[in-house]
Design a binder for this molecule. Sequence first.
Ligand code: URP
Ligand code: ZN
Ligand code: ZN
Length: 538
Amino acid sequence: MAISQIISLFLLHLLLPLASTSLSQSSHQLICEVGTGNGGSIGGTSPLPASLSKLLIKGGTVVNAHRQERADVYVEDGIIVAVKPNIKVGDEVTVLDATGRYVMPGGIDPHTHLDAEFMGTVAVDDFFSGQAAALAGGTTMHIDFVHPVNGSLMSGFEAYEKKASKSCMDYGFHMVIRHWDESVSKEMEIMVKEKGINSFKFFMAYKGTFMVDDAVLLRGMKRCKSLGALAMVHAENGDAVFEGQKRMIERGITGPEGHALSRPPMLEAEATGRAIRLASFVNTPLYVVHVMSIDAMEEIAKARKTGQKVIGEPVVSGLVLDDSKLWDPDFITAAKYVMSPPIRESGHNKALQAALSTGVLQLVGTDHCTFNSSQKAFGIDDFRKIPNGVNGIEERMHLVWDTMVESGQISVTDFVRITSTECARIFNIYPRKGAILVGSDADIIIFNPNSSFEINPRSHHSRTNTNVYEGRKGKGKVEVTISRGRIVWKDDELKVAPGSGKYIPMPPFGFLFDGIEKIDAKLVSSFKAPVPRFKSDV
Ligand code: URP
Ligand code: ZN
Ligand code: ZN
């Protein structure tokens, strides 16, 4: 470690007690800038370093979801101020040469669990290490799941505000609903109207902890609709999973393969179909997180064919992995692949890719929720105790490119759509995010399609000591990541400042709500009711 890095880390320990915990365990590749006057920003309030407040990206191919073009991109104070060919600038501007490269919006990961308390332990990546990893992989924003604390959404929000105070990139929040009463209903309104949350997630699995029943789901969906917030579901039949787990243990199947066997695709399909029907009954849009199987995907396809507003989010593990490793004789190797719904047998991945390329599924998340081998070992004698979750926040952009673009399944503009723009649109922050347009935040990557990547847990930036994509190589590389105008990743080096990330409030009533009231009105007018009746003589 260079002397300057040691000094930076020392200063950081003095200045930011919260961040110091993360950095003391953190990997070697981080260079942390601290608020020294001319350096990085702390708490998002300091000005950007002068050298980076004006930035020109020259000679690249700018790719948005709607088109690609040869253009330069000029950035001032974190905002894109010009996108056109041959922009001329003065000496005070930092110039990046993007010749032969794509200049694209930074990735937005709609599904992460940083610093999450889950299954009796805490995910190892917090809002600093997880985001640093994200930036190294070309993702510049993520949306994380806030859990209520002691039943209170507000306490949960405040706890996550604290966790996120060490952020080094922009982020938003979804809120999890775990029970129902009047105060939850009221707090949902506060979350939407005052706290910038426009989505609520309901777990249909994890019986005994997170799982809600249909009554809560229905009430929650109704409330979401009235607030213009998106209802999200983790769709697995939790009662049946519970039964499936018992069956496995009774048969002496206690290892990680029991995880997959206990919760087959039919249980994912059942819950997906049920949530879709309940959302149709309420007439509110639905977002299905981590679609892992053909069976669940087909439920979504069927609903979309009828015109129902259902969004399906596959995650990168479901797109590129299969379940074979769960049968590995080495427990730790197998356990690292345990997530829910499970990674399915080969064939589901290809079908999910096809669904993504044809618009049946809309955007790619990661469900990044990382645990070390020692945490995975909690379930050495019982797969039910293995903390569920895999990595992906750093790998998503490269793997989606290699799997989908390099194989010819999607175009470069589609790549931007499924990794960034669609997420921004669904969560109503487009075009501030998800676009390279005048006025958008300067969250930008410079991507070299002729370079290559290789994934290795010894060089990744996540704090976890394993990587489910270990050994994967492919074409394409994020060479530069720019987070609101700051170059945070270049020459394989991260320059990140804890506290420089901003919370991005997400307003309600996104495009998915357009026309909802017309469908309601049409339904009501089709009732031919109440029937004006007279009572015949008896
Ligand atoms: O296994 C998973 N997916 N872990 C994170 C929590 C969840 O279910 O999304
Ligand atoms: Zn889930
Ligand atoms: Zn998740």
